[in-house]
Write a protein that binds this ligand. Structure first.
Ligand SMILES: [Zn+2]
Length: 278
Protein backbone atom coordinates (compact mmCIF):
# COMPACT_ATOMS: atom_id res chain seq x y z
CA UNK A 1 0.00 0.00 0.00
CA UNK A 2 2.79 2.57 0.20
CA UNK A 3 1.80 5.21 -2.38
CA UNK A 4 3.44 8.41 -3.67
CA UNK A 5 3.62 10.21 -0.29
CA UNK A 6 5.00 7.19 1.62
CA UNK A 7 7.57 6.27 -1.04
CA UNK A 8 8.71 9.88 -1.57
CA UNK A 9 9.27 10.42 2.16
CA UNK A 10 11.05 7.04 2.44
CA UNK A 11 13.36 7.98 -0.46
CA UNK A 12 14.20 11.22 1.35
CA UNK A 13 15.02 9.37 4.59
CA UNK A 14 17.25 6.85 2.79
CA UNK A 15 19.07 9.60 0.92
CA UNK A 16 19.63 11.56 4.11
CA UNK A 17 21.42 8.59 5.69
CA UNK A 18 23.14 6.93 2.75
CA UNK A 19 23.91 9.46 0.01
CA UNK A 20 27.43 8.77 -1.27
CA UNK A 21 27.71 5.42 0.54
CA UNK A 22 29.26 2.44 -1.25
CA UNK A 23 27.21 -0.72 -1.81
CA UNK A 24 28.92 -3.69 -0.12
CA UNK A 25 26.21 -6.33 -0.70
CA UNK A 26 22.87 -6.92 -2.42
CA UNK A 27 21.57 -10.29 -1.28
CA UNK A 28 18.35 -11.95 -2.51
CA UNK A 29 16.60 -13.60 0.44
CA UNK A 30 13.49 -14.90 -1.33
CA UNK A 31 12.99 -16.80 -4.57
CA UNK A 32 10.60 -14.48 -6.30
CA UNK A 33 11.69 -11.02 -5.14
CA UNK A 34 14.44 -10.33 -7.69
CA UNK A 35 12.87 -9.61 -11.08
CA UNK A 36 16.03 -9.21 -13.19
CA UNK A 37 18.84 -11.63 -14.07
CA UNK A 38 21.28 -9.28 -15.79
CA UNK A 39 22.95 -7.20 -14.41
CA UNK A 40 23.55 -9.57 -11.50
CA UNK A 41 22.81 -8.16 -8.03
CA UNK A 42 26.52 -8.38 -7.21
CA UNK A 43 27.25 -5.79 -9.89
CA UNK A 44 25.94 -3.23 -7.38
CA UNK A 45 28.91 -3.96 -5.10
CA UNK A 46 31.39 -1.11 -5.18
CA UNK A 47 28.99 1.38 -6.73
CA UNK A 48 28.11 4.62 -4.95
CA UNK A 49 24.64 5.73 -3.99
CA UNK A 50 24.27 8.91 -6.01
CA UNK A 51 20.64 9.67 -5.17
CA UNK A 52 17.37 8.16 -4.04
CA UNK A 53 14.13 9.01 -5.77
CA UNK A 54 10.72 7.77 -6.77
CA UNK A 55 8.74 7.13 -9.94
CA UNK A 56 5.15 6.02 -9.46
CA UNK A 57 5.26 3.72 -6.45
CA UNK A 58 8.81 2.59 -7.25
CA UNK A 59 11.69 3.52 -4.97
CA UNK A 60 14.78 4.23 -7.08
CA UNK A 61 18.35 4.05 -5.81
CA UNK A 62 20.86 5.31 -8.32
CA UNK A 63 24.17 3.47 -8.09
CA UNK A 64 26.70 4.84 -10.60
CA UNK A 65 25.41 3.65 -13.98
CA UNK A 66 22.96 1.15 -12.41
CA UNK A 67 19.55 1.72 -10.87
CA UNK A 68 18.12 -0.39 -8.09
CA UNK A 69 14.32 -0.22 -8.32
CA UNK A 70 12.19 -1.48 -5.44
CA UNK A 71 8.40 -1.93 -5.43
CA UNK A 72 6.78 -2.47 -2.05
CA UNK A 73 3.38 -3.49 -3.46
CA UNK A 74 0.83 -4.09 -0.66
CA UNK A 75 2.77 -5.57 2.22
CA UNK A 76 6.37 -4.72 1.35
CA UNK A 77 8.33 -2.71 3.88
CA UNK A 78 11.88 -1.43 4.36
CA UNK A 79 13.70 -1.77 7.67
CA UNK A 80 16.72 0.35 8.53
CA UNK A 81 19.16 -2.06 10.17
CA UNK A 82 21.61 -0.11 12.30
CA UNK A 83 23.62 -3.22 13.20
CA UNK A 84 24.51 -6.05 10.82
CA UNK A 85 22.20 -9.02 11.14
CA UNK A 86 23.42 -12.27 9.64
CA UNK A 87 20.11 -14.00 10.36
CA UNK A 88 17.38 -14.24 7.80
CA UNK A 89 14.48 -12.17 9.11
CA UNK A 90 10.93 -13.41 8.71
CA UNK A 91 9.43 -12.36 5.37
CA UNK A 92 12.83 -11.13 4.15
CA UNK A 93 13.04 -10.42 0.41
CA UNK A 94 16.49 -8.81 0.09
CA UNK A 95 19.14 -7.03 2.07
CA UNK A 96 21.24 -4.12 0.75
CA UNK A 97 24.36 -3.23 2.72
CA UNK A 98 26.68 -0.25 2.47
CA UNK A 99 30.03 0.81 3.89
CA UNK A 100 28.12 2.49 6.70
CA UNK A 101 24.80 1.84 8.45
CA UNK A 102 21.97 1.43 7.99
CA UNK A 103 21.59 -1.68 5.84
CA UNK A 104 18.20 -1.76 4.09
CA UNK A 105 16.14 -4.89 4.60
CA UNK A 106 13.33 -5.33 2.09
CA UNK A 107 10.72 -7.55 3.67
CA UNK A 108 7.19 -8.67 3.04
CA UNK A 109 4.84 -7.98 5.91
CA UNK A 110 1.79 -9.61 4.35
CA UNK A 111 1.33 -13.17 3.21
CA UNK A 112 1.27 -12.22 -0.46
CA UNK A 113 4.79 -12.29 -1.86
CA UNK A 114 4.65 -9.35 -4.17
CA UNK A 115 7.38 -6.92 -3.15
CA UNK A 116 10.03 -6.95 -5.85
CA UNK A 117 13.35 -5.46 -6.91
CA UNK A 118 15.12 -4.87 -10.20
CA UNK A 119 18.75 -4.11 -11.03
CA UNK A 120 18.60 -1.99 -14.17
CA UNK A 121 21.46 -1.19 -16.53
CA UNK A 122 21.91 2.36 -17.77
CA UNK A 123 19.10 3.36 -20.12
CA UNK A 124 16.89 0.38 -19.24
CA UNK A 125 13.59 1.66 -17.85
CA UNK A 126 12.53 -1.88 -16.80
CA UNK A 127 9.07 -1.80 -15.19
CA UNK A 128 9.03 2.02 -15.27
CA UNK A 129 8.36 1.89 -19.02
CA UNK A 130 4.72 1.00 -18.38
CA UNK A 131 4.03 3.90 -16.02
CA UNK A 132 1.78 6.81 -16.88
CA UNK A 133 2.49 10.45 -15.99
CA UNK A 134 3.05 11.69 -12.44
CA UNK A 135 0.10 13.34 -10.64
CA UNK A 136 1.84 16.75 -10.54
CA UNK A 137 2.69 16.71 -14.27
CA UNK A 138 1.04 18.84 -16.94
CA UNK A 139 0.22 15.66 -18.87
CA UNK A 140 -1.91 14.34 -16.02
CA UNK A 141 -3.54 17.76 -15.64
CA UNK A 142 -4.62 17.60 -19.28
CA UNK A 143 -5.93 14.06 -18.82
CA UNK A 144 -8.19 15.13 -15.95
CA UNK A 145 -9.35 18.41 -17.51
CA UNK A 146 -9.88 17.13 -21.06
CA UNK A 147 -9.78 13.32 -20.98
CA UNK A 148 -12.63 11.20 -22.36
CA UNK A 149 -12.10 8.11 -20.22
CA UNK A 150 -15.51 6.43 -19.76
CA UNK A 151 -14.50 4.25 -16.77
CA UNK A 152 -14.93 4.99 -13.10
CA UNK A 153 -12.68 7.70 -11.73
CA UNK A 154 -11.62 5.50 -8.81
CA UNK A 155 -10.27 2.89 -11.24
CA UNK A 156 -8.56 5.53 -13.36
CA UNK A 157 -6.72 6.98 -10.35
CA UNK A 158 -5.47 3.51 -9.35
CA UNK A 159 -4.36 2.54 -12.87
CA UNK A 160 -0.57 3.03 -12.90
CA UNK A 161 -0.52 3.21 -16.70
CA UNK A 162 -2.68 6.33 -16.64
CA UNK A 163 -1.32 8.06 -13.55
CA UNK A 164 1.55 6.68 -11.50
CA UNK A 165 1.79 6.73 -7.72
CA UNK A 166 -1.81 6.60 -6.47
CA UNK A 167 -3.44 3.51 -4.96
CA UNK A 168 -6.67 2.59 -3.23
CA UNK A 169 -5.91 4.58 -0.07
CA UNK A 170 -5.38 8.02 -1.53
CA UNK A 171 -8.03 7.42 -4.25
CA UNK A 172 -10.70 7.27 -1.56
CA UNK A 173 -9.44 10.41 0.15
CA UNK A 174 -9.06 12.29 -3.14
CA UNK A 175 -12.65 11.60 -4.22
CA UNK A 176 -13.96 12.53 -0.78
CA UNK A 177 -12.03 15.81 -0.94
CA UNK A 178 -13.37 16.46 -4.45
CA UNK A 179 -16.93 15.61 -3.30
CA UNK A 180 -17.30 13.18 -6.20
CA UNK A 181 -18.84 9.73 -6.08
CA UNK A 182 -16.23 7.02 -6.78
CA UNK A 183 -18.73 5.47 -9.21
CA UNK A 184 -18.80 8.43 -11.57
CA UNK A 185 -16.77 8.63 -14.75
CA UNK A 186 -14.51 11.40 -15.97
CA UNK A 187 -16.79 12.08 -18.95
CA UNK A 188 -19.77 12.70 -16.63
CA UNK A 189 -17.96 15.56 -14.87
CA UNK A 190 -18.56 19.26 -15.50
CA UNK A 191 -15.48 21.45 -16.14
CA UNK A 192 -15.79 22.73 -12.58
CA UNK A 193 -15.87 19.17 -11.18
CA UNK A 194 -12.83 18.23 -13.26
CA UNK A 195 -10.90 21.18 -11.86
CA UNK A 196 -11.98 20.17 -8.35
CA UNK A 197 -10.78 16.61 -8.96
CA UNK A 198 -7.35 17.73 -10.18
CA UNK A 199 -6.99 20.06 -7.22
CA UNK A 200 -8.01 17.26 -4.82
CA UNK A 201 -5.48 14.82 -6.32
CA UNK A 202 -2.65 17.26 -5.79
CA UNK A 203 -3.66 18.67 -2.41
CA UNK A 204 -4.38 15.26 -0.85
CA UNK A 205 -1.04 13.85 -2.06
CA UNK A 206 0.86 16.94 -0.93
CA UNK A 207 -0.73 16.82 2.52
CA UNK A 208 -0.03 13.08 2.71
CA UNK A 209 3.62 13.75 1.92
CA UNK A 210 3.85 16.44 4.59
CA UNK A 211 2.27 14.07 7.13
CA UNK A 212 4.73 11.31 6.18
CA UNK A 213 7.66 13.70 6.57
CA UNK A 214 6.38 14.76 9.96
CA UNK A 215 5.44 11.44 11.59
CA UNK A 216 8.12 8.99 10.44
CA UNK A 217 11.80 8.28 10.83
CA UNK A 218 13.83 5.32 9.61
CA UNK A 219 12.12 2.65 7.51
CA UNK A 220 8.43 1.92 6.97
CA UNK A 221 6.25 0.51 9.78
CA UNK A 222 3.89 -2.44 9.31
CA UNK A 223 0.83 -0.27 9.66
CA UNK A 224 0.71 2.80 7.48
CA UNK A 225 -1.98 5.15 6.23
CA UNK A 226 -2.64 6.45 9.74
CA UNK A 227 -3.45 9.89 8.39
CA UNK A 228 -6.10 8.86 5.88
CA UNK A 229 -9.39 10.72 6.18
CA UNK A 230 -11.89 8.15 4.86
CA UNK A 231 -10.00 5.15 3.49
CA UNK A 232 -10.46 2.10 5.71
CA UNK A 233 -12.82 3.99 8.01
CA UNK A 234 -16.22 2.75 6.86
CA UNK A 235 -18.80 2.67 9.64
CA UNK A 236 -17.28 5.70 11.34
CA UNK A 237 -18.59 9.26 10.90
CA UNK A 238 -17.62 11.40 7.94
CA UNK A 239 -15.35 14.14 9.36
CA UNK A 240 -17.10 16.72 7.16
CA UNK A 241 -20.84 15.98 7.51
CA UNK A 242 -21.12 13.29 10.21
CA UNK A 243 -22.95 10.73 8.03
CA UNK A 244 -21.75 7.13 8.24
CA UNK A 245 -18.97 6.35 5.78
CA UNK A 246 -19.92 3.42 3.51
CA UNK A 247 -17.81 0.86 1.79
CA UNK A 248 -18.21 -1.32 -1.25
CA UNK A 249 -16.04 -4.42 -1.33
CA UNK A 250 -14.56 -5.83 -4.49
CA UNK A 251 -12.42 -8.93 -4.82
CA UNK A 252 -9.11 -7.12 -4.59
CA UNK A 253 -9.98 -3.88 -2.83
CA UNK A 254 -12.69 -1.88 -1.18
CA UNK A 255 -13.91 1.64 -1.77
CA UNK A 256 -14.89 3.90 1.13
CA UNK A 257 -16.99 7.00 0.56
CA UNK A 258 -19.52 9.34 2.15
CA UNK A 259 -22.99 9.09 0.55
CA UNK A 260 -23.83 12.65 1.61
CA UNK A 261 -20.63 14.45 0.60
CA UNK A 262 -20.21 12.35 -2.56
CA UNK A 263 -23.75 11.90 -3.87
CA UNK A 264 -24.84 10.33 -7.12
CA UNK A 265 -23.91 7.25 -9.08
CA UNK A 266 -24.02 4.75 -6.24
CA UNK A 267 -23.22 1.33 -7.57
CA UNK A 268 -25.62 -1.52 -7.97
CA UNK A 269 -23.49 -3.55 -5.58
CA UNK A 270 -23.80 -0.85 -2.97
CA UNK A 271 -27.58 -0.61 -3.38
CA UNK A 272 -27.88 -4.36 -3.07
CA UNK A 273 -25.78 -4.26 0.08
CA UNK A 274 -27.85 -1.44 1.64
CA UNK A 275 -30.99 -3.44 1.00
CA UNK A 276 -29.51 -6.44 2.79
CA UNK A 277 -28.42 -4.30 5.69
CA UNK A 278 -31.97 -2.92 6.11
ZN1 LIG B 1 -19.72 13.46 4.46
Amino acid sequence: MPELPEVTALAERIEERLLGATFTAAVPLSFSGLKTVVPAPDSLIGTHLGGVGRRGKFLLLSADSLTLAIHLSQGGRIDFEERSRPTRARGAVARFSFDRPPALLLKEFGTERKAGWWVLAEGDPGPLAKLGPEPFSEEFGTLVLEGTDPGRIHALLRDQRRVAGIGRGYSDDILHRAKLSPFRSLTSLSPEERARLLDAVRSVLQEGLEAERHIRSGGTPAKMGDHWIVHGRSGTSCPVCGDDLRRVSYESHEVTYCPTCQPGGRSLADRRLSRLVK
